[in-house]
Write a protein that binds this ligand. Sequence first.
Ligand SMILES: [Zn+2]
Length: 58
Amino acid sequence: MSNTHCPGFESNKTLSEMKVKCPACEKEWEIFSDELEKTLKCAACGEVVDAKTCVVKK
Ligand SMILES: [Zn+2]
């Protein structure tokens, strides 16, 4: 049972779009900011990528 969440993640209503780049095939695609917490799978090559490490800086 966990009633306590990390403070600061309560209000998660406003999502922004970000761009990530697959380290394996260099395909770029857009995700929503909440997907940064997830592990993504590249649609092009199937590589499993950690979104946080693959964000394309503007
Ligand atoms: Zn890829």
